[in-house]
Design a protein around this ligand. Structure first.
Ligand code: 3EB
Length: 348
């Protein structure tokens, strides 16, 4: 007979995320020392205590009382390694990785992206975790030009080249992803921060019937299309559903320029369409736990965006929502929403 406690352990997702305040981190770490994979601070420095895991600060502020620390927790003790400056925290089924590199005078974003992505693939392969599930990218001044091309487009070129250089197939191996613009800090080099989840066995990319796949965007959005899937279903038995950063794009075009409320509603419609795709693959999208990140280009739009989200169908009782101020990778996009959901017991 399976006791209640064992049952709960079996129901844990392979990896979970919580947004937390500094005051709550110490206690969590003391309780879960061996299972903490990594902590990211949005617009904040490291919490003032010794951490058992890696930490990175992203210059992208949490808004209006949102918890600024993102804590990643595995379902079992992790092994921590570093390779080529990339931190890894690995279990038997999954690895969480994070890299942060400075773009120094004379560095080209396309080149440093390609080289860092290549090292990420090498690290994944060496650890026996060759399958990408989810990637987050935060890069400063994402909408500014570098050598006459928008930096997001340069980043997309470097990422695309790394996929090909490392023998990955764009349409099968692309993870769910987000790419947001962080802030430049005067007098400091910009940091390209990439963190990701990869797995030992292959998961399932999911596309949105309302949208052209990003890897098939026409050239007007840049010389190389962005390499990501609209959503990704982690391999069994994980039951984690990752939804990429999702915006007010239908087909390949931005809809509702200058109307942040309409953009939010369109974004929610896009995410609901992805949920339906997941349901067709047997996922119960009435989830026990959901972690949602909302990025707004203008902090002054937060109340309007929040009102639309609260009125929409996305939010359920166990949804954690955090808001951020960020540049989004098309100038006419004002809001972007990403989420991760699972049916296992998220409260570990
Ligand atoms: C879009 O749908 C909006 O380049 O990794 C969303 C999620 C976006 C991920 C990426 C870009 C990326 O095209 C932008």
């Amino acid at each position: 007979m399976i006791s209640c406690a064992e049952h709960i352990i079996a129901e844990r997702p392979a990896i979970a995320v919580r947004s937390m305040f500094a005051a709550d981190i110490a206690q969590m770490i003391d309780a879960e020392l061996a299972r903490v994979c990594f902590i990211i601070g949005f617009g904040v420095a490291a919490p003032a205590r010794t951490l058992p895991c890696g930490f990175v600060s992203v210059t992208l502020p949490a808004l209006n009382g949102s918890a600024p620390y993102e804590v990643w927790l595995a379902d079992e003790a992790v092994t921590r390694t570093t390779s080529a400056g990339i931190s890894f925290a690995k279990t038997g089924s999954i690895v969480f990785g994070c890299a942060s590199i400075a773009q120094r005078e004379g560095d080209h974003l396309e080149d440093i992206t390609k080289s860092l992505y290549g090292q990420i693939f090498d690290g994944m392969d060496q650890l026996g975790m060759p399958h990408f599930a989810r990637a987050w990218h935060y890069l400063p001044a994402i909408n500014s030009a570098e050598d006459a091309l928008e930096r997001y487009r340069r980043f997309s070129m470097g990422r695309h080249e790394a996929f090909l250089a490392k023998g990955r197939q764009i349409e099968h191996d692309a993870p769910a992803a987000s790419a947001l613009g962080s802030q430049i800090v005067a007098g400091q080099p910009g940091q390209l921060v990439i963190y990701f989840i990869a797995t030992a066995s292959r998961g399932t990319p999911i596309e949105n019937p309302r949208q052209v796949s990003a890897y098939r965007y026409p050239q007007q959005y840049g010389p190389k299309s962005p390499t990501f899937a609209r959503a990704f279903l982690a391999p069994a038995p994980q039951d984690i559903f990752y939804v990429s950063g999702t915006a007010s794009i239908v087909g390949h075009e931005t809809l509702h320029a200058n109307d942040v409320r309409a953009q939010t509603r369109e974004t929610i419609a896009n995410i609901l369409a992805l949920n339906r795709e997941a349901e067709q693959r047997g996922v119960n999208t009435k989830r026990q736990a959901t972690h949602m990140k909302v990025y707004v280009r203008h902090a002054t739009d937060i109340d309007a965006v929040r009102a639309e989200i609260d009125a929409g169908e996305l939010v359920e009782k166990n949804t954690d929502i955090v808001y951020f101020e960020a540049d989004i990778c098309r100038r006419d996009l004002l809001v972007e929403i990403e989420l991760l959901s699972c049916n296992a017991e998220q409260r570990q």
